[in-house]
Ligand binder design. Structure first.
Ligand SMILES: Cc1cc2nc3c(=O)[nH]c(=O)nc-3n(C[C@H](O)[C@H](O)[C@H](O)COP(=O)(O)OP(=O)(O)OC[C@H]3O[C@@H](n4cnc5c(N)ncnc54)[C@H](O)[C@@H]3O)c2cc1C
Length: 454
């Protein structure tokens, strides 16, 4: 296999020694590592077509990889397959200020792309917490979001054009620098969020917006989560549009305090809400902050951060939660379910009912405005053998609860490998069959990430 691979792609673009492959065996999920036969680095668009044609002829599974920061096992290869890494395709082809679009190769890291665009007074307001590592290609195929999705939407909302290759190695080009385009079926929407199963993206055209100049933060504490939820619901009905509205249980804040020694000037309330407002005029933002916090009977404490240092500190506390929960427990798995916003309180109250005494606890935090909750299952005192046996059943309980609240098993991270077993609970058989038929049309030989989603 390696000899025939070397006959189509230069050796400098191939890794095959076991030590060199280790990095490509896993992502950030709990799915087990798998060694591929080789890693191939695409350096230009044509390489992708050549590799896919070769893989079809030889029936070799191909797992495309960006930065491997995925949290559902999407970039974990098959043992008889290869990894097709996009990390060397990092050219930003054009920053088009006239049309407010950027055309880029898929291996560019979001943070780098944002920095280059900002120099031209253009902004891509996407903010997954992995933004300093994840690639734009991985973001499109996971349809990644982040806290700012509340105001600015998710990755797919910015994708106006794409080029790449279907599973059989034939090229495609959909959309472009077109703000309106309803010609034919919108196949780029199918590729967005397709988790590397329908095609390989080699060029992406993204819409940009003008950057905002000011941001302020408001940290609020409430006695109950329901009070926090109704507060955010009320804002949503006013003419104030927060950029983010995050919520955290007290346990999250305690974990950050213990793990990172980061503390805030708040009391001992159960429920924390962090809102940011952005725009171009700071006094307008402060006025909005006063307006939404005035006359709130259930509000225990308010911190308004209108300087960069305080704002950074509050963001740091929010961003450190995941790591801190790992730090204060023996093991942790997290899921990113989404429920309709009206069902957040119900979900959260039933989630705490799932706690298993001193063994396992269920902690939720996340995006209050859009119902995307990061559920963390913590092993607080169980031994490793029993934890390994128990945690899949604990995840089942979370998914059953999510389903009963009208939710979806994933709002950001995709199905990949880790949520495959829940697909039949959330979709009907004929719906899954339709998805499988679509997969077959895009990838007739089932070469691309064949073991993912279904
Ligand atoms: C600390 C941390 C924080 C995170 N925070 C967030 C968050 O806030 N919001 C969020 O949505 N996600 C978050 N994630 C998850 C992850 O960062 C995103 O899913 C990201 O979009 C993955 O990008 P990647 O380049 O690492 O892709 P990878 O993990 O390499 O791949 C992800 C999937 O995309 C496919 N793929 C990659 N590139 C291509 C391509 N060019 N063509 C076709 N398919 C391709 C792969 O096959 C795989 O199925 C976080 C992850 C970590 C580790």
């Amino acid at each position: 296999m390696l000899d025939s691979l070397r006959s189509i792609i230069p050796s400098s673009q191939i890794l095959s020694k076991k030590d060199d492959l280790t990095y490509y065996t896993k992502d950030f999920s709990y799915a087990p590592s798998v060694f591929p036969k080789a890693v191939v680095f695409a350096e230009k668009s044509n390489d992708v077509g050549i590799v896919l044609k070769w893989a079809n002829a030889n029936k070799i599974p191909v797992t495309v990889r960006g930065a491997g920061t995925g949290k559902s096992g999407g970039s974990i290869p098959l043992p008889n397959g290869i990894v097709l890494s996009m990390e060397r395709m990092t050219t930003i082809k054009e920053i088009d200020t006239k049309n407010k679009m950027v055309v880029t190769e898929p291996g560019v890291i979001l943070k780098d792309l944002q920095a280059k665009c900002l120099k031209e007074e253009l902004w891509i307001p996407l903010d997954p917490s992995s933004l300093d590592k994840c690639t734009i290609g991985g973001m499109v195929t996971e349809n990644a979001g982040g806290p700012r999705a509340l105001k600015y939407g998710v990755t797919g909302d910015y994708v106006y054009g794409m080029q790449g290759f279907f599973g059989d190695g034939s090229p495609f080009k959909f959309g472009g620098k077109l703000y309106k385009d309803v010609a034919g079926y919108d196949l780029k929407r199918l590729l967005i969020g397709s988790e590397g199963t329908l095609g390989v993206l080699t060029e992406i055209t993204l819409k940009c917006i003008l950057p905002v100049k000011e941001e302020i933060g408001i940290w609020l504490t409430f006695e109950t989560l329901e009070d926090g939820v109704s507060f955010v619901r009320e804002i949503a009905r006013s003419n104030v549009q927060p950029a983010t509205a995050e919520f955290m249980q007290k346990e999250c804040i305690e974990a950050v305090a213990n793990h990172c020694n980061l503390h805030g000037d708040w009391g001992d309330e159960n429920s924390h809400v962090f809102i940011t407002l952005d725009g171009n005029n700071k006094s307008d933002l402060l006025e909005q902050a006063q307006k939404i916090t005035a006359n709130q009977a259930n509000l225990s404490n308010v911190i308004i951060a209108n300087d960069t240092e305080t704002l950074e500190k509050l963001w740091k506390i929010r961003r450190e939660i995941s790591e801190s929960l790992s730090g204060v427990s023996k093991h942790k798995v997290s899921e990113d379910i989404t429920v309709p916003p009206h069902a957040i309180s119900e979900f959260m109250s039933k989630l705490s009912d799932l706690d298993k005494g001193s063994l396992y606890s269920f902690i939720g935090y996340g995006h209050l405005g859009d119902g995307n909750i990061h559920v963390n299952i913590l092993n607080t005192s169980q031994d490793e053998v029993n934890w390994e046996k128990d945690f899949p059943k604990l995840i089942d309980e979370v998914m059953t609860l999510c389903l009963s609240c009208g939710g979806t098993p994933t709002g950001e991270h995709g199905i990949g490998l880790t949520k495959k077993s829940y697909v039949t609970a959330f979709f009907q058989t004929h719906e899954i069959d339709l998805m499988k038929k679509i997969k077959k049309l895009f990838d007739p030989s089932n070469i691309l990430n064949p073991n993912k989603i279904f």
